[in-house]
Every structure is written in structure tokens, then in C-alpha cells.
Write a protein that binds this ligand. Sequence first.
Ligand code: NAP
Length: 487
Amino acid sequence: MRAILIGEHGVQSANLIGGEWVRAAGGAGHQVTNPATDAVLAEIPSMGADETRQAIGSARDAWGGWRGRTAADRGALVGLLAGLMRRDADRLARLMTAEQGKPLAEAAGEIEYAASFLDWAGEEGKRLFGDMIPASDASKRILVLRQPVGVAAIITPWNFPSAMITRKLGPALAAGCTAVIKPSELTPLSAIAIGELAVEAGFPPGVVNIVTGDAATIGDAFFDDDRVRKLSFTGSTGVGQKLMAKGAKNLLRLSMELGGHAPFIVFEDADLDKAIAAAVSCKYRNAGQTCICANRFYVQDAIYDRFMSGFAEAVRALKVGEGTGEGVAIGPLINDKAVEKVEKHVADAREKGGRVLVGGERVNIDGLADRFYAPTLIDGMTPEMLLHTEETFGPVAAVRRFTTEDEVVAWANDSEFGLASYFFTRDASRLMRVAEALEYGIVGANDGGPSTAQAPFGGVKHSGFGREGGKYVMDEYTEYKYVSWAL
Ligand code: NAP
């Protein structure tokens, strides 16, 4: 197996188990490629059930020592990992762009975002306060302790290869859990790079483990092993549903951060410039491959034409190209299947009367893979369109005209998903009314970028359950234990 060579420094082409860099039995491996160029970046191990069990065993063995450390001590190491990510931000961003495709500036933004979750969790671990509850019997005292759940399995998607890991790993470690991470096979290099930095930071062997390979094999090894006490999953709703069923066997504690289908509403009293800028960044970031990106736009009658003309102009200005290119805003889609899905949604919208105002086709770039799709704007969206019901996960915005507030709130809520939603208005009463009425875990009120380490990120309905970020995330990795103490 050869080493990965990206920039000046490579990263390991091995997995981290019990503090050692290991290969799969028999040397089984799979290639990681650049979605923009198809260049092979590395070959990494395809671990099986045995190696996954070893990783779980290492995490379990390390747990006693790790949970026995002070929260300040654990928090300092988690904070140190954040610092090392910032030190290496440029290298890590280049690695991410190479394996995932997003523009370099976005990748650098993700590294900072990822580090911010570590900072936050490292501090939050120091505030895992218990309680002393007045008892009904004068001879008793009731103490409530908060304790780490144990070994946490972490499964992450390819669209945010670093942040989806640290959003789970930071609070798990800060709470006193140990972890086994399974990143997406499409973007494992960012995960392995985090593992290298964890070793450098000085985490004891076995506290952080990383396994790559066939998802179902590794996933089943997690579900079959009762030493795993927590599984935090970020990915699609369909896979999340399957994993929930498997979790029943060991009554595994689960967090499910699943798909979204965000409505984006622009009321006639909105600040239009602000709404257009937010629509562009919210929709086209990561070429539309984000769980909280707007999928359905609703714009009120009186400002419809003005909004559409400004939005179209801004979309036309977005430059498509390899993520490392100067001024590039839209990189490649992750794989051929993703491009085909976008094509299917656009063809379906056309058939059902949608008018393509901008884009609507692949962009061919000399010397690059055929995986670039033009930023697209479609007028005349209807509820029958696939765009209106399924996550498109591509750079396509579709817009529908509305008349009343009640009507648009009902449309916005008419979805099985409930992750993020957005609306723009200058009316303070409406702002509170609509924020309360939207059946979503996250509401961007005049804000197209609500994600931050301080807030509880997560969804309702088919977008899952559990929260990441803020003080709330610590609940995901801790148990409440009460001690009834008779004097
Ligand atoms: P995915 O296909 O569900 O995969 C997510 C992760 O699960 C990957 O690591 C995948 O491994 C693994 N996996 C797949 N089948 C598995 C199985 N049977 N057992 C165990 N693990 C399994 O999702 P994706 O395409 O990577 O990511 C896009 C989806 O994630 C979108 O729906 C998006 O909305 C959602 N997402 C949600 C959030 C959120 O916070 N709510 C954030 C980001 C993304 P392999 O890739 O190696 O097959």
C-alpha cells in the first residue's frame, strides 16, 4: 500500500486502532479518488468485522482510564486537537478539497467550523454538573451524577468530512467516552488526518480509533457488540432508518442526524439584497450538497419578479471548476450517481412545466471529470415535482410564488423532513409567529447560515433526533445516575 501524497505532507494510509497505525488483514484496501479529476489519492484499508471488534475492544480498554481523568484534563486535550487542526488548516483544507471537491475557501471554513466544535465541547465537559435533590424522607439525600455512556461509535457522511466528525468526537471525548469512527469511504482521508493529530495531541491509545471499509460490515460489528453503548450517525434518512432497527438488538443509544428538505420563504417586506445573498450561499454552498441547504423557495407575489431577477443574476455569476481554482464557487458533485440524480430532478421539473432560467445542464471542463453541474435556477416549481419532495443534493434552486402567510407556512410544513427552514421578513410579529409555526429543528430568521457550535443542531420528523452543539449535545454522551443515600 502506498502512502498518500498530497501537498508537502502525506497522511497515513492506515487505520488507527489502540494507538497503532494498522492495515487490514491480507492487505485489503480501496482507493480514494478526487471527484474533480478521478486521480487516485490513496489506497486505504478495507477493515472487516474482526478489526472493528479490535477497535471496539481498544476503546473499551481505554475507557476506564479516560473517564477517570478530570474534565479539565480531557478538555485540554480536546482543545489541543482544535489547535492542531488550526495549525494545519491549509493542509487539511487541501486534503478535503482533493477528496470531496468543495472549493478551497469552503474547505478552510469547514476546518475552522470543525475546530470550533472541539473548543466548545472541551469547555462544556467542565460543566457536566450533577444535582442534589431534596428528598421526601428526612433521613435520605438524593444525588444525581452525570457519567459518560461508554464506547461511542461514530458514523459520518462525505459532505462535511471533518466537521461531522468533530461535532460528535469533541463532546464524546469531553464527556469521558472513547470513540470508534467510521467515516464515509468517499472521504476517509480527512478522518485519518484528524486521527494523526489526535495522536500528536497525546490522547492515550484507544481513546480515538478509526476504521475504514465496507459500511455494512463495520456497522454490523458495532451493532453486534454490546461494548458499544452509543451510536451517533449522520447520513441519509434511509440508512438511518435501517440502523435504528439494528440498534434495537442491544438497545443502543442513538443520535440520528438525517436528511433535510429546507423551505426558504421570502416575504414581501424582506430586505431583498440580504435575502438574495442568503439564498445563494444557503443553496449553492458545497454545490448544494448540504443537509440544511434550501431546496424549496417560496417568494411572495409583490416582490417575485424583483427577487427572481436579482437571484438569477447572482446565480449566473457563480464560477464552476475544480475546488482549487481561483474564484471557484461550485466544485464537482461527489460521484456520478449524484449528477444523475440532479439531472433526473431537472428533467422532471421541465416535464412538469418548470422554466429553467439559469443552468440546467452539466458543464464540461477540459481535462476534468464529467461531474460538474451548472448552478441552476428554475421558475414555476409545483408540489408534484421531485425537487419539491426529495433532497436534490445538487446546485438547483426551484421557486414557487405564494400569496398569504398561512398558505406558505402550510406548504413549508408539508414535508416528511424537519431539519432546517429559512424565512426573510422585517415584521417582528411575523418573525416570531412564523418561527414558532415552522415544524423544523432549525429556523434561520433572516439568516441563511444558522449553524454554529453554540447552538443545538438537529432535526425533527424524518430528519432524525438528537442535538449536536451547545450545552445540549452533552446529553447525547452522558447518563444520569441517581444515588439514594440513607443517612
Ligand atoms: P449515507 O449514504 O446515509 O451514508 C452516511 C454514512 O453511513 C457513511 O459513512 C456510509 O458509509 C455509512 N453507511 C451506509 N450504509 C451503512 C450501513 N448499512 N451500516 C453502517 N453504515 C452505513 O449518506 P451520505 O450520502 O454519506 O450523506 C448524505 C446524507 O447525509 C444526506 O441525506 C444529508 O442530508 C445527510 N446529512 C445530514 C446531516 C445532519 O446533520 N442532519 C449533515 C450532513 C449530511 P459509506 O459512505 O462508506 O458507504
